[in-house]
Ligand binder design. Sequence first.
Ligand SMILES: C[S@@+](CC[C@H](N)C(=O)[O-])C[C@H]1O[C@@H](n2cnc3c(N)ncnc32)[C@H](O)[C@@H]1O
Length: 225
Amino acid sequence: MSRLSLTADGSHTLLSQQFGVDYHSAHGAIQESRHVFLKHGLMPLLESGQTVIEILEMGFGTGLNALTVRQLAENWPGVQFNFTTFELFPVTEEDIAGINYPELMGVPLDWLTELHAAEWEVSVAITSNFSLRKIRQDFLKVMPRPYPLHSFDVIFYDAFAPRSQPEFWTQEAMRICLAALQPGGVFVTYCAKGQFKRDLRDAGFKVEALPGPPGKREMTRGRVV
Ligand SMILES: C[S@@+](CC[C@H](N)C(=O)[O-])C[C@H]1O[C@@H](n2cnc3c(N)ncnc32)[C@H](O)[C@@H]1O
């Protein structure tokens, strides 16, 4: 039986059997990806004229965020997008067979399947300006970190919500993120819980509450000052 279901914008989400929750917001998976991670994470960097952007994602999952960045990269040929993503429990081809992201986004199906087929642990040039490095390790535990410290411009923090994976929303987890980012770097997430925002601040970020995607009042951005 398929574990795919529709969210409010017509895009699919996938049920995680392991965690008993969906991978995306019921209010719209594609909508949330574009609003939280592109609009409030990537766009300000592009608009500032940056020409190489190092992105770190926590939770590759269905590959939706990577696909939205790959699509965006087509419109910014002068910018190099390097996308590094952690995933400890990869989905199978069967899990996402029939997922409607390529169709709804108006891109070839191959664009998504290539991301899933890409070799793990190494950087793969998917297009002339979009590279993907998938890391199959525990984001919270792997030491030494499999990337240079203070090397990322933006973190897409797309872990399961605090009630499913509370360990991802602690001050300790935020310190791992802080150490990954360059000065001026940006952390974005859909989560807007009060305790989480306090932990983000106490870890050393300047915290902003921003309007959330349709259906959600707020999202959170943290800046390294
Ligand atoms: C909310 S989903 C990510 C959704 C994804 N960004 C997408 O576009 O489909 C969270 C992901 O984190 C992964 N995950 C859970 N614990 C992890 C860990 N300790 N290290 C790395 N990945 C983990 C899960 O398997 C899941 O794919």
